[in-house]
Design a binder for this molecule. Structure first.
Ligand code: XIL
Length: 324
């Protein structure tokens, strides 16, 4: 059989990836290592600030190193994740009382150390993650509150200086609906470009649902046309796009009928990428429902991935492949 990443590359696109947590599970690993399905990984947590600089200037790279080495050993791409985010950010940054100038230094030091360590090895970097509120205004994070919107071009400038070869991405969720938040992301791309700073792409998370759920406010995944239109909003600004964290959750328990609906949603997500020339790839947020982050965060929801808890391919796998 063709496999996901093989199909994607046959279509002239760059990658199919999975979020990865290295743990003692041979079944999961065998799927990740199957090159016909995957040729890219995103470290699920290992590179986040709390994992890599838990106290100021104390860099802990052992765990992160394992993922970058994994990618090298397997000749996979690696979507490095992430440099600047308000979440999984240690208290010393959030409540450190830094002023504008000092917080810029804190950010610069972190980017120099983390992106510098993997210079030339990260295919892509999520430079800034989740800078927007749902209405398209800036999220009131410590970064925005202290530095203002300048934190965005600054972060991208620092990253491009430290690792000039990495493709630099802005990454966010709920950009797929082509609404106010999509406007905001487009504004961010323009802002960075207006400073003469490099930005290569926008990552659309694509944490979606296959039926109305409480957490989605009753919404479902939009049509393929809406999805493609949102992607094109970004590519019209001369950047690439990618789906960076796809999963399609539902209200539990899953039934055969729901799994078939989910397969169609996966198909149209894939097709919406393939319909846009500069949609370079797609990453799914994990392999199996067994380890998905969804049930812990969205109460009563789950079954969001392509393999079930027993590592059997769900209808969603075939659906996703059909969309490619
Ligand atoms: C999630 C991980 O999957 C969980 O293991 C962790 O507990 C919380 O973070 N958007 C992101 C990812 O950019 O980093 C998040 O990952 C999922 C939402």
């Amino acid at each position: 059989t063709v496999g996901l990443s093989k199909a994607m590359r046959q279509r002239g696109r760059s990658f199919i990836g999975t979020a990865l947590t290295l743990r003692d599970d041979a079944q999961e690993l065998a799927i990740v290592e199957n090159k016909a399905d995957f040729n890219s990984i995103t470290p699920e947590n290992a590179q986040k600030w709390e994992s890599t600089e838990p106290t100021q200037g104390n860099f802990t790279f052992e765990d992160s190193d394992r993922y970058v080495d994994f990618a090298t050993d397997h000749r996979y791409q690696i979507h490095c994740h992430n440099l600047v985010w308000h979440s999984q950010l240690p208290d010393w940054v959030v409540n450190g009382g830094f002023d504008n100038e000092t917080l810029i230094e804190v950010m610069h030091d972190h980017i120099k150390a983390l992106a510098g360590r993997y210079k030339g090895r990260c295919t892509r970097w999520d430079v800034v993650n989740e800078a927007l509120e749902e209405d398209g205004t800036y999220r009131k994070s410590v970064w925005y509150n202290t530095i203002g919107e300048a934190f965005l071009p600054l972060a991208f400038k620092f990253a491009s200086q430290v690792d000039p070869k990495a493709q630099l991405f802005y990454n966010d969720y709920n950009l797929e609906y082509n609404g106010a938040k999509t406007d905001g992301a487009q504004r961010i791309v323009k802002l960075i470009q207006s400073h003469g700073v490099k930005i290569n792409g926008v990552g659309f998370r694509a944490h979606m649902t296959s039926e109305p759920t409480t957490s989605s406010g009753g919404g479902v995944t939009p049509s393929q046309q809406v999805l493609s239109a949102a992607l094109r909003r970004m590519t019209s600004q001369d950047v690439d796009v990618a789906y960076t964290e796809i999963d399609v959750r539902m209200n539990l328990p899953a039934t055969q009928k729901k799994l078939n609906v989910q397969a169609k949603v996966y198909q149209r997500i894939a097709a919406s990428c393939l319909a846009v020339e500069r949609c370079i790839g797609m990453t799914i947020w994990g392999v199996s429902d067994k380890y998905s982050w969804i049930p812990a965060v969205f109460d009563g929801e789950g079954a969001a991935n392509l393999w079930d808890e027993d590592f059997k391919k769900k209808p969603a796998y075939a659906g996703f492949l059909r969309g490619i």
